[in-house]
Structure formats: C-alpha cells, structure tokens
Write a protein that binds this ligand. Sequence first.
Ligand SMILES: [Ca+2]
Ligand SMILES: [Ca+2]
Length: 348
Amino acid sequence: MKKIVLMVAVMMMAAPAMADMVFAISQPNPTDGTFTISYSSDVAPRGVAIRVEVTGANITGSNTQLAAFNANIDYLYDNPGQGLGDGHGLAKDGLPGEFVSGNIAIVSCGVLDTGGGQGAGPLTSDPDGLITIQTDLAPGGAATVTLTADGLRGPPSGVVGSVIASNLDDADPAITDVTIDGPIEDPPCFPAAHPDYDQWVAMGVLIGRIDGKGPECWCGEEVSPDVWISRHCYGDADASIQGYTFTGYEYVGTNDLAVLANAWGTLEPDNVTWGPVGDGIATIDSGGIPGICADFDHAKQGYTFTGYEYVGTNDLALLANSWGTLEPNPVTWGPTGPGIPGDCLDVP
Ligand SMILES: [Ca+2]
Ligand SMILES: [Ca+2]
C-alpha cells in the first residue's frame, strides 16, 4: 500500500506545461464490438484520466494498452502486490478502484519508470492507440462513445494531477462523440422473400436463438460464402448427404429419419386452451441437430383434441416421398438416381 501511495504522490507532483492533447476514437476491428482511444500531443503526456461513456452498450473490459502507460493506479489500488505493467487502465467512475461493469469507465493510467519516477509518454499513440475497449455490442448493433474529463482524478481534483490539465479539462471539455458499430452481421441464409421466412425466424425464437435468425438446417449446405442450397423441404433434416460408393448417395436417408423419429409426436406446450400438451419441439435435440430440423413442411399440425406438433405425419409424408432417391453424383460407378432438387430456398 505504501508503494501505491508513493506512486500517486509522485503523479500529483508532476506539473508539465499545458499541452494540447487531442483524443480520437477509432474502430480498427469492427467485427468484435471494440473501439480504440488514441491521442496526439505536443508535450509528452505523463498520465491520462478520461471518462468514457458508451450509450447503447456496456463496457466489458479492455485489451491492448500502450506499453508506456504502465501504472494502472486504480487497478493497483484494488490489487496489492501488483506492480508496474500489471492489470489494466480501466477504473470506476466516481470511486477509486478498478472498473467492474457498466457503461461508464475511466481510463486511468500513468507513465512511470522502474524507480517510481515519472516518465514521459510518446507524443502520439500511433499506431495501435492508447487503449482498446471492449463492449458487448450485439451483431448489427450500434452505440455512441463520449469522452469527457474525469472530475475525480483529473482537474480540479488533481489526483492524477496537472497531468490531466494537459488533456481533458472540465473548463474546456474536449468531448468526442463517435458512433461505433457492432460486429458485422452475417446475412440470413434463408431468403426474406421466401413465403416461409417469417416461420423460419419464429422457429429461431422458439429454439432460443437471439440473433434474429432461424434454424440453419432449413438452409441446407453453404456451398460457397453466403450461397446456400437446401433440400430441407424434401426431408433432408441434417443438411447432409449419406451413402457409399456401392449403394449410392442420398440426401434423404436413415440419418434424416432418425432426426424425425426422435422428434416424432412431440406436442407443443401451448396454443391449446384444453387438450394434451407436451414439452415442445424446442426441447428436442438429436446429437446437436434441433428437433425443428424435421419440420419439413415448416408448419405445425394437429387439433385441439390431439394437441399440436411441429413434426408429424405431414413431415413424414415428405420424407417418405424422397426416401431412397439416389443422387446422380458424386459416385463414379455404382447406382445413381435423379437426385433431390436443391431448390427449397427458391422464391416462387
Ligand atoms: Ca440428409
Ligand atoms: Ca411440420
């Protein structure tokens, strides 16, 4: 503890000339919801204390941090025994100590040499920035980042001292207000113009997907990036071919029947005011293949008297109709057949 007090005291004594330190927010990697704070300055900075507020997402932590900023004061406050270069530069808003959770964090870190004396940071944080902050931005989401002075550590408190007078100041707030984007969202594999699209999305909700998409098995195989060929509506539950050279290959076979058999007769828990109910198709899984993958007609069937089910006779009829249909390829010899059309995603 004595060591930390000493370090803080050292920083308070620092009194560099007023500098023009300009901050910026960039997003070098828009696929993971992070953003990076960078700076340039006309005087070597010795510490920073900036309040970072994200509107529309929570801060989850930080990763890369400019190595010269090696004194993570608030982290050291909470973690006795740690030293220079340890921890991270995110601190609580309005309280001492390291950042835990929420949408506001303080970037609080200083530049010290191995003897505890104050060092001088580089005039620019190029090329990697001062610190990269992680958020929980969802795919396709957006949030706003605002930088302001930190009244606890920066002026007028002076804890991180006049160091901070050289960057963000309450009297002259240098606020940067930047919109950042969440991870790039993969396009849905099921065409939005398809008559079953709404049902596909609804089944995604039913099985617990939170990304607005439906079961991938309905989309079949991704034959090249974002290009899908589906035979699902003919009874291909596992989106895979099966067979042997001797017997031929088929898209609708025993593997698909097994998925259907496992889901067979599973009643839904709701949608009836009386009559039998069950656990619902969302509870069914066949070795990682959701039970809804056997819903080949993309519809629920049943009656109030019998209950309702997503996998039933209508789906079995589709599978039975395709049963034993061999593919013309990829065998070089052995039995072949007309094959199952890969047109389930075609929009009529
Ligand atoms: Ca199959
Ligand atoms: Ca069905």
